[in-house]
Design a protein around this ligand. Structure first.
Ligand SMILES: NC(=O)c1ccc[n+]([C@@H]2O[C@H](COP(=O)([O-])OP(=O)(O)OC[C@H]3O[C@@H](n4cnc5c(N)ncnc54)[C@H](O)[C@@H]3O)[C@@H](O)[C@H]2O)c1
Length: 265
């Protein structure tokens, strides 16, 4: 997609962090916005911010873990704007703890938001976008953590490796269509993810939540800078969007070296 003017974009996890920043950046480029988030109050704040930039925008309270909720989001988008051109499946949550300390509910919550949220988004939007026949683009938010494992990130790594696999497969399936595919793989971004414990009731742990210590790395980027990279990659039709190029290159190369050693004993 080269031009966002007059196009309709749907962003999940739009009330905060990266999703909010992408929504504002798209508004600045003339897109109409459908903002989706489970957090109603901050969603309304983000919708008002997007509107203040001169863009038409609706906010749809959505729980991406629920197929019916994401289908209702798609219906709301088509009802209001008659078309959908860009979908950013971005909502995501984190626990940062050894996977052996994770409860089943932790696994279910992380996988339900980070993986099933993307699956629901793909199913609810892509067939209808293909049928409409317009040029379009899907962005799925994975992470650097979808390309190499890190200490304390086992549950999160599992969800994000899956999003990488899903998105590479989707890119293959859509390669002869008018719909482009990208995956966003950021390093650390200064957002609300470390403090979000807003679990839907069905994912509450029986005991206390695993505490997520807020840890802002020295090289954390701002969501606005990541949003600019998303826009540029969609315009260029690039599959991979990394924010922290040097860090990601080092860690991914290390993983590939280990694989290469195993394959060339
Ligand atoms: N911040 C980072 O360092 C970082 C790094 C790599 C990848 N990511 C990914 O970026 C994406 C955006 O996260 P962020 O960092 O902007 O965090 P954030 O917490 O600021 O924003 C995430 C948004 O998702 C929403 N959300 C959570 N559960 C939801 C649900 N069930 N349905 C709908 N919305 C839901 C939250 O309410 C929140 O508004 C996530 O997929 C995250 O995994 C973040």
């Amino acid at each position: 997609m080269k031009d966002f003017k007059g196009k309709t974009a749907v962003v999940t996890g739009a009330a905060s962090g990266i999703g909010r920043a992408v929504s504002l950046a798209l508004a600045d480029r003339g897109a109409k916005l459908v903002l989706a988030d489970v957090a109603a109050d901050t969603l309304e704040t983000a919708r008002a911010e997007v509107e203040a930039r001169g863009a038409e925008a609706i906010g749809v309270v959505t729980d991406v873990t629920e197929k019916a909720s994401v289908e209702a989001l798609a219906d709301a988008a088509w009802d209001r704007f008659g078309a959908v051109h860009l979908v950013h499946n971005n909502a995501g949550v984190l626990i940062r703890a050894p996977m052996l300390d994770a409860d089943d509910k932790d696994w279910e919550w992380i996988l339900a938001v980070n993986l099933w949220g993307v699956i629901h988004g793909v199913h609810a939007f892509v067939p209808r976008m293909l049928e409409a026949g317009d040029e379009g683009h899907i962005v799925n938010t994975a992470s650097e953590a979808g390309h190499f494992a890190g200490d304390l990130y086992g549950v999160y790594n599992t969800s994000k490796f899956a999003v990488v696999g899903l998105t590479e497969s989707l890119a293959r399936e859509l390669r002869n269509t008018k719909i482009g595919v990208s995956m966003l793989c950021p390093g650390q971004v200064d957002t609300g993810i470390f403090t979000n414990t807003n679990r839907p009731a069905s994912y509450k742990r029986p005991g206390d939540d695993v505490p997520v210590e807020r840890r802002v790395a020295d090289n954390a980027q701002m969501p606005e800078d990541v949003a600019a990279k998303v826009i540029a990659a969609v315009e260029a039709g690039e599959l991979y969007i990394f924010s922290h190029m040097d860090e990601a290159r080092t860690l991914i190369e290390k993983r590939h070296e280990r694989l290469a050693r195993a394959l060339n004993p």
